[in-house]
Each structure stands twice: as C-alpha cells, then as structure tokens.
Design a binder for this molecule. Sequence first.
Ligand SMILES: N[C@@H](CCC(=O)N[C@@H](CS)C(=O)NCC(=O)O)C(=O)O
Length: 203
Amino acid sequence: MSLEFYHAPYSTADITKAVLTALQTPHKLHTLSFATKDTRKPEFLALNPNGQVPVIVHDNVPIFESAAITLYLGETFGVEKGLYPPPGPQRGEAMKWVIWSNVNFSRPLYVLMSAKGGGAFSKEEIDAANETLNNLLGTLTKGLEGKGFLLGSWSVVDIHVGSMMGYGTLVGMDTTEFPAVQAYVKRCEKKMEEAEKAAAAAK
Ligand SMILES: N[C@@H](CCC(=O)N[C@@H](CS)C(=O)NCC(=O)O)C(=O)O
C-alpha cells in the first residue's frame, strides 16, 4: 500500500492532515508552498488540474476534493478503528454532513476571509454571507440536538465539520447565537489534540 499526501499549511488540506492523524495512517507527506506557486507546477497539476490542495494519491490513484478525501479515508482506514460507520444508514449520515459542510460553507466563508483581508466584497455581499452562515449554523445546531458529535460518537465527520467551524471562527463567522456549535467546536478541538498526542506516542 502506498499513500501520499499533498498538504500546504493553513489551508483546506489541514482537514485531511487532521483526518490522517486521527486514523494514524502511514503516508508520505509533500509540503507545498503557495508562495513558490507549487500548486501551479505541472507535476502537481497532473494530480489535480484544479491546482488545489489537499490531494492524496493512494496506490497511484490521485484523489482531490477535501470532502471526497475525508469520506474515502474514513471508509478505507476508519471503519475498523471505529472512526467511520460501516455501509448502511449511518454511513449515509456521515456523507450527508461532510458534503453538506463543503457545499454550503465554502462560499460564505470565502467571502468573510476575503473581506477580512481587504478583498473587494460589498457590504450587501458580506451581509448575505453572514445570513447564509446563520442559517447553516441553525441547521448544525439541530443536527447536534441530544448528541455530543454528529453521528453520536466521535468520528472523522467531526474532524471535517469541526475543523471547518474552527476555520470559520478564525475568519470572523459569528457563532455567539449558537452556543451548541461553540461547545461542539471545543469538544472537537479536544479530541483532535488527544489524537495528535496518540499519534505522536505511536511513532
Ligand atoms: N473544494 C476544494 C477547495 C480546496 C482549496 O480551496 N484549496 C486552496 C487552499 S485553501 C488551494 O489549494 N489553493 C491553491 C492556490 O491558490 O494556489 C476542497 O475542498 O478540496
């Protein structure tokens, strides 16, 4: 088995890094830099024509898109470890939350991130992004009702969604009206810290 991982610090690829850490899956790490335009180099574009990280290459097959990677790593390496559900309705739920988060949060968080960096978004566009985020955070709050984690117990789904919520907070997503989401992000961060310690101890 060969597994390679193309990562760049402070990017969407951090989600994949956290998933691989929790799964303790051995892999070869390639650290890319946006400053030196590594994602525009022909050898990288051959793996992902979109020119974006994360990418994994499993037994010579390149896989891009962070949601696809989380689900693939979960089903390939996570089931035996109890970090991803076997085929069945709970797996459907796992797919639902990971894909939902990528499809819906990416654009409004991009608007907030760009606006924070002085990007050219109007007040109307920023207000619309915040309104969308409020609706999404309401949906997540409902999904967490009566549960500590989205599938009941800690799984790679929480690594994916929790990391995205943590990133959202960094770029200015307002979660003050959503205490259940705030508490969830804290729980996910604690679990991820524990996973990092366990991975370091296993080396
Ligand atoms: N939809 C993609 C988005 C990935 C993405 O936006 N990656 C950014 C970093 S956060 C990137 O690699 N950008 C490359 C560049 O700007 O050169 C995913 O979820 O994997």
